[in-house]
Design a protein around this ligand. Sequence first.
Ligand code: RIB
Ligand code: CA
Length: 315
Amino acid sequence: MPISVILDCDPGHDDVLAMLVAHGHRDIDLIAVTTVCGNQTVDMVTDNALAVGSLAGMGEVMFARGADRPLAREHRPAADIHGETGMDGPARPANTLILDPRPAPQLIVDEIMSRPAGSVTIVATAPLTNLALALAIEPRIAERADVAIMGGAIENGNVTASAEFNILVDPEAAHIVFAAPWRVTMMGLEVTHLALASAEVRNRLRSIGTPVAAFADELLQFFGERYAEVQDFAEPPVHDLCPLVYLIAPEVFEVRDVDIDVEIAGELTLGRTVVDLRPQATAGRHRVGVDMNVARFWDIVIESIAAIGATSAVH
Ligand code: RIB
Ligand code: CA
């Protein structure tokens, strides 16, 4: 039975790869893509999501625009990594899709409350503003859905020594999301920095031979150049694939049941995800990734993108 997924994202080079895997893999029913300010403004990331959806044939997927600013802070995009459009590099595909008229938080609430409890998982690969706003509209979504995120870190951040980008953009929203009674599976930097798009991975991607795979490879070209320049990575970490591949094949990952909270009062520690992995800590409600099988991970990614356009991508 496919898992019904709402992908809340800020495309964003790695968010796009997550969109493609969610659309292509037979075990995921991508019911909606919702957008939020993060890598770029919400208007830019929404245009990017619609353009990618048009290229990949996501006509059956709902698209909704979300928050244009964090709950309590100024929005600071990540143009250094994703460029001025949020999806710099390849030519932008023409958009042939239309937005759902509902704001993203309302769509999230409607789809979770109208479907059987436990049937929907939110995959969030961006700041958590939309999820916090959805909880404010209808707290009961936290009794009916699970959440898997790309965000946070057990140790060091990637924007500050303490904080990873998705959490730091809106730490108040992240604090609300982790405090709600649903289970959050957190794929933080310790795992996502293993998801490196090597030359071999990109060769496999190009060998698929479809326009979608070529577009993904061109995105990785730009993403790799920026990660080398800005963060001294030889190969770019495709962070946002991780929570999605976890849903598809949890056995690919090593996880721990932990308590997780978010620092919102600290000066030097603002946005830190505090993951209690102490030996004496009892098993917590949330889950954190600590390792993964990289070969199996990329097999799933390549297989999913290759399926787009083939019959198996049709649900
Ligand atoms: O820190 C990495 C995260 O920030 C990824 O989701 C990337 O897309 C950016 O949003
Ligand atoms: Ca993202």
